[in-house]
Design a protein around this ligand. Structure first.
Ligand code: MG
Length: 117
């Protein structure tokens, strides 16, 4: 299983690749949903660490440390999807985006109206 690029790689491609990675190392015994949720949050904290004590608009010159932690967060999220055997994650995310769109209608929540003219 070769992961290609953002245009053609699917959630299922990541799921299969990471399942193989975990199976080959016999790590399923450590991948309870609780352990994976904790690990995901630790990686999210490592992502925050990149910005620690920086200005609000800070973007590191070299994005490697940032993208590395973003990948860790994504990997643990997909491992959690695998652990819970969720087979419709795209639908779940799509549904959540739709739910957010209803919760925050453009007319009421667009930041454009707060911009100086
Ligand atoms: Mg990390």
């Amino acid at each position: 299983m070769e992961l290609k690029n953002d245009l053609i790689t699917t959630i299922m491609d990541f799921r299969k690749k990471l399942k193989k990675f975990v199976d080959e190392r016999d790590w399923n015994q450590y991948h309870s949903p609780k352990a994976l949720a904790i690990a995901l949050n630790i990686e999210a904290a490592e992502l925050l660490e990149v910005f620690l004590f920086q200005s609000d608009n800070f973007i590191p010159e070299n994005l490697d440390s940032l993208t590395d932690e973003m990948a860790d967060v994504f990997i643990y999220l997909i491992n959690l999807v695998n652990s819970l055997k969720i087979d419709n994650f795209t639908e779940i995310v799509k549904h959540k985006i739709e739910k957010n769109a209803k919760k925050y209608p453009i007319k009421k929540f667009s930041a454009k109206k707060y911009k100086k003219q």
